[in-house]
Design a protein around this ligand. Sequence first.
Ligand SMILES: NC(=O)c1ccc[n+]([C@@H]2O[C@H](COP(=O)([O-])OP(=O)(O)OC[C@H]3O[C@@H](n4cnc5c(N)ncnc54)[C@H](OP(=O)(O)O)[C@@H]3O)[C@@H](O)[C@H]2O)c1
Length: 273
Amino acid sequence: MGIDPAGQVVVITGSSSGIGAAAARRLAARGATVCLLARREAELEAVAAAIRAEGGDAHPYPVDLTDEASTRAAVERVLADHGRVDVLVSNAARSIRRPIVDSLDRLHDHERVMAINYFAAVRLIHLVLPSMLATGRGHVVISSTLSTQVPIPLFSAYLASKSALESYVRSLSAELGHRGITTSTVHFPMVRTEMSGGTEIYRAMSMMSPDEAGRWIERAVVSRPSRITSAFGVAGETSMALLPGIVTRATAPFFRRMDRNLARRAAAGDVHE
Ligand SMILES: NC(=O)c1ccc[n+]([C@@H]2O[C@H](COP(=O)([O-])OP(=O)(O)OC[C@H]3O[C@@H](n4cnc5c(N)ncnc54)[C@H](OP(=O)(O)O)[C@@H]3O)[C@@H](O)[C@H]2O)c1
């Protein structure tokens, strides 16, 4: 059931690696035309070539999404090539893991993360919306995280940017749902990609595979729920809605202990690849 991706024009940002590349492969295998946006041209070409080798329809559009003129030009090329955008998967992002006390003179952490995770995402949505409104239908999927549902330490800049985008797409659904615009927020748990690989101690953590994460995006495109999440995410959100102070105080020592355990296991070579 749901909406058949076959024949749909799907723009996927951050598709040169990780979850975006896996989602592109899955959607192309179901007949979607996938437009791949990210900066690394060679990686985008490789993802597109692998999809084409399996009979899929993939088109790389190398672009730095923090650059307004380049993003505008990329969207113009997508529209010229394919005539419309049916689905936008806003997945490109960067993450920073840094304690707040080590960030007091690093406001640029927030500026850099917001530039790609929030402003670039909103800019792209604004650029594709006219095409979606003209056809009377459009779906926007955002890659977010379980960590906006629970009080996770050490990722303040990253989580603020993700929460901002979640709030934006809630407004988008509320304002333009009656004109055919729908949104899905995907709350991923940890996924084994270049992004999570940037933190050494996370090698000791068991994680979702990029392919399984790609399946969550595929589900968002086909079934179009307003969100996809996990039982842990729902429990976190519910307990934070009811008892935010108690839950934050009670979980903080758990997360500190978890980091110490992961560091010990990673140092001992107890790692998941
Ligand atoms: N991995 C996890 O544990 C996890 C958990 C929860 C949520 N997520 C979310 O899932 C999404 C995908 O992340 P991932 O884990 O698959 O990591 P990833 O492999 O590092 O993917 C990030 C993607 O963003 C692109 N990107 C970054 N800056 C860009 C820019 N300025 N312009 C264009 N593209 C840019 C990168 O491509 P280029 O470098 O080629 O530009 C890359 O394709 C992100 O939104 C992330 O926040 C990940």
